[in-house]
Each structure stands twice: as structure tokens, then as C-alpha cells.
Ligand binder design. Structure first.
Ligand SMILES: [Zn+2]
Length: 315
């Protein structure tokens, strides 16, 4: 490669009923030296703010002159969902991260998925996909999908060896290309934002050093917990969820049957449901740290089985 540069490109998706063009910004940093093409994505879910800011700071921080290869960064993959600050696209109610690889002949979310795949996937050597807990929940783990060492390099204390969801961007990339994929679930719910911002940036930068995109010393992974069994607790009834734990308890374990929170009827004050730790002991992965409205089926808690988890020694 000859000259280092920084460009802003756009992925054109379609024309909206309003006459506005639906397009997605792509920040491309091209280094002088050869190296991998790393795709960094955020904002696949519209209510996940922190990954957008992490992406902005990573793009700002990296000088293309010292980059090897390319960084292709998409800070906001679903602008429609962001506009309404919802997980799903409001126009067709679909979840972009269940729609990959998309199609040209269906719902708008599928058009968006296809446009992203067509642009990003042929280029990529590695995918780093950033997520968060959304408007209310806070979450703290990194998937160990098909490259454990790269996932470890994100430096988060909790890893989860499970398959990502069918139709997610990560799953599509793994199934069709086999290229390394790291999916990080970083904070959210406006809890501990400064801490998660710092940890998210540090994780991305360390993965880039591990991949050889950036020079400098690779931070060695600390002792990490590799979960292989996880349970999602979803409310069976809507109401107000009263947490018994704050978000700062994520990453800690609690005894089986510990009361995590409860759902109360907003009108009658009746307790509709209690949420208890299912495993002996239970590792806290996602929680609602504040009083919040829940619908039946929402994410209330994600909990890991500490007993079947593997402790990975510090490197
Ligand atoms: Zn997400």
C-alpha cells in the first residue's frame, strides 16, 4: 500500500417513504503497511449508545500512518432504530441482528442487512461487533466464538462459549467465511458509562494490536471465566421490575436461589414474579440495575453457571 488515508464512505440502502435516503456511514482508515482488514461494527441495535461512542473514539485515536492494513468502522449500522432509540427497526419491527445476510426482496431491515453484508463481508479478515445492554439493562461479557485468543484479548473478565444467534452478523460471517469474530457486550443502561467506555476502547485497541493492525505491546489477558452454560430470565408478566442488585455487581457470583429482583403490578402493587439465581453458584452477566418497566419476554437477567465454567489462567 502506498499512502495512509482516512475516508468517509456511505452504504446506500434505499429511499424512505419520506423521500429521505437511508444510508449508513463507513469510516475507512487505510494504513501504509500491509495488514488485515478489520471490520468494526456498532449500532446494529438502535438503543445501544456506548458502542457508537467507543467506535468514534477508536477511529479518532488511530493514526492511519501507524496502521497496518485497514480498519473499516460502521458506528451506526441501523440508523432507523437509533432514531427511535429502539432495539428493533420501527418501520417493520424487525431485529437487524436476526436478519443477516438479508435479501433484496423483503422487509426494510432485510434490505439493510443485505446492503451491510454486500459492502462489509467481502472485504473483511476479522469482525469485531460491539453491543450493549440497551436503554435499561447493563451487560458485561465477550463471546468466545471461533477465536478464543482474540476474544481473550478484549480483556473482559467474563467470556461465553456459546453460539451467537442465527441471523446475527457474527453467525453469518462465521458460517460463510470462517473468519475470526469477536462480539462484545459492553455495559448499557447508563450505568458505569465511563468505566465501560474505557474498557471497550481498551478491548478494541488490544485486539487490533493482537491482530497486528497496530504495533505496541499486547496487553496480556487477566484470569478470565469462560462460561459454557447461560440462562436468560425473561419476565412472564409485565409490570415494574424492582432490582435487588445494582449493575456494579456484574461479574460477581451469588449463591443459588438468591433473590435478584421482582416484578410488581404497577396498579395493584401485587408481586407477580420473583427472579432467583438458578445456578450454584450463579455468575451475574446481565441485570437491570434500576427500577424499570418490563414487558413479558423482555431481557431481565442473563446468568451463568459458575460450576461448569472454566477458569482461564492469566497470560
Ligand atoms: Zn445488541
Amino acid at each position: 500500500m502506498s499512502k495512509a488515508k482516512r475516508t468517509l464512505d456511505w452504504i446506500s440502502v434505499t429511499r424512505m417513504a419520506s423521500g429521505m435516503d437511508l444510508k449508513v456511514a463507513v469510516h475507512i482508515l487505510e494504513g501504509k503497511a500491509d495488514g488485515p482488514t478489520v471490520v468494526l461494527t456498532a449500532g446494529i441495535h438502535g438503543d445501544e449508545l456506548l458502542p457508537i461512542e467507543i467506535t468514534r473514539r477508536v477511529v479518532r485515536e488511530i493514526d492511519p500512518d501507524v496502521l497496518s492494513g485497514r480498519l473499516i468502522a460502521v458506528p451506526l449500522a441501523n440508523p432507523l432504530a437509533f432514531e427511535s432509540f429502539t432495539r428493533h427497526t420501527p418501520t417493520d419491527m424487525h431485529n437487524l441482528n436476526r436478519m443477516f445476510p438479508g435479501t433484496a426482496d423483503n422487509w426494510i431491515t432485510e434490505l439493510l442487512a443485505k446492503a451491510l453484508v454486500d459492502y462489509l463481508v467481502p472485504e473483511m479478515d476479522v469482525l469485531i461487533d460491539l453491543h450493549s445492554g440497551g436503554a435499561i439493562p447493563t451487560v458485561d461479557y465477550v463471546y468466545a466464538l471461533n477465536d478464543l485468543e482474540l476474544s481473550r484479548a478484549f480483556l473482559f473478565p467474563t467470556l461465553y462459549r456459546g453460539s451467537s444467534y442465527p441471523g446475527s452478523l457474527g453467525t453469518h460471517v462465521i458460517e460463510t467465511t470462517g473468519k475470526p469474530v469477536v462480539v462484545a457486550e459492553i455495559g448499557g443502561g447508563n450505568r458505569l458509562d465511563d468505566q465501560y467506555l474505557e474498557r471497550g476502547i481498551r478491548g478494541v485497541m488490544n485486539c487490533l494490536r493482537k491482530l497486528g493492525s497496530l504495533s505496541g505491546e499486547i496487553e496480556k489477558a487477566p484470569e478470565q471465566l469462560l462460561l459454557t452454560k447461560m440462562q436468560i430470565l425473561r419476565p412472564h408478566y409485565g409490570g415494574i421490575l424492582e432490582p435487588k442488585f445494582q449493575a456494579d455487581r456484574l461479574g460477581q457470583s451469588v449463591a443459588k436461589d438468591t433473590l435478584l429482583g421482582l416484578t410488581r403490578d404497577a396498579q395493584t402493587f401485587e408481586v407477580l414474579e420473583e427472579f432467583h439465581a438458578p445456578f450454584d453458584p450463579t455468575h451475574l452477566v446481565l441485570a437491570r440495575g434500576i427500577l424499570s418497566k418490563v414487558n413479558p419476554g423482555d431481557y431481565a437477567y442473563m446468568l451463568g453457571d459458575s460450576a461448569t465454567a472454566e477458569t482461564l489462567p492469566a497470560q
